[in-house]
Design a protein around this ligand. Structure first.
Ligand code: ZN
Length: 292
């Protein structure tokens, strides 16, 4: 670990309190694998849904100066199966690897109209695109998927690359060509367990109210961007477990030790989750949690 990274806060001064490959209560019936950034693979062994896949993770210079090319081999190695792919919003760090994963697996790409534009840009056929404005149930095998309209968080006071995509962007795209479009929080009802995915630093209270769930995958930078972020999520959704996400810079290779996003107080985030009576499951990138 370089001294520079420690001094700049990119690396933690103490090891992160990871919880890995834990069977939480009884026999496992659902597994959740963390992909880094806001990416997850949720599977019950027969059905697999992937959220916000972004494993290509180009470095900073490439991200800022070059078209972003999905790493097809890495996607195949890390995500051999997907029945559906859900996108929370169409920024590069949430959508870049989605179309290639759908091409390889035959999965549907599900998200906003901007997400569908990205799918078209990458050459996916219309039959693999599912557009939603949220507030509707989408059948996925025996599971039910539902998007809740949400808001993108502000980074240093402003929302990066705002707006919708009204036409397919260039492909491969540059970072700034992927506008976020409609932001959706995804609820996955898998039968025995429900999972809510909040992939940005804000949400709409009225949309989430009344939708209790067991597990929340929660964006760690939200705590800085929205007052009472953790407390409000727990009050509204009453989960048993929270898996933090979006705490790494997304600029390191997926198999390397991740850097922390500057400004993310991960220990503080975990403490707030515990103080709200919920068990935090800080998961290493490519680590898996198992639930029953
Ligand atoms: Zn974003």
């Amino acid at each position: 670990m370089s001294l520079f990274k420690r001094l700049t806060g990119l690396q933690p001064a103490v090891p992160l309190p990871y919880v890995e490959n834990t069977v939480v209560a009884g026999q496992a019936s659902l597994s959740i694998r963390y992909l880094g950034t806001a990416g997850f693979v949720v599977s019950d062994g027969t059905h697999t849904v992937v959220l916000d896949p972004y494993v290509t993770r180009p470095d900073l210079l490439t991200s800022l100066t070059r078209p972003l090319v999905p790493d097809a081999d890495l996607i195949a190695a890390l995500m051999p199966e997907a029945d559906d792919v859900l996108i929370g919003h169409a920024h590069h760090d949430h959508i870049l690897d989605g179309p290639e994963l759908c091409r390889q697996t035959g999965a549907r790409l599900i998200g906003s109209s901007s997400t569908a534009m990205v799918g078209r840009a990458a050459g996916l056929p219309e039959a693999q695109l599912v557009e939603t404005a949220g507030r509707e149930d989408i059948a996925s095998g025996t599971w039910t998927l539902r998007g809740f309209p949400s808001r993108h968080g502000r980074i240093f006071g402003r929302i990066p690359f705002p707006g919708d995509l009204h036409a397919p962007p260039p492909w491969p795209p540059r970072m700034h060509q992927l506008k976020h479009g409609l932001v959706l929080n995804w609820l996955l009802d898998t039968g025995p367990l429900t999972v809510m995915h909040i992939d940005s630093a804000d949400f709409i209270e009225e949309e989430l109210a009344g939708h209790r769930c067991d597990i929340v995958c929660l964006c760690a930078i939200g705590r800085q961007a929205r007052p009472d972020y953790v407390r409000d999520v727990v009050r509204l959704l009453q989960p048993r477990w929270i898996i933090p996400c979006h705490w790494d810079t997304m600029l390191t290779p997926v198999h390397a030790e991740p850097d922390l996003l500057p400004g993310v107080d991960l220990p503080g985030f975990l403490a707030e989750i515990e103080a709200a009576g919920v068990r935090p499951l800080l998961t290493p990138i490519l680590g898996t949690q198992r639930f029953s």
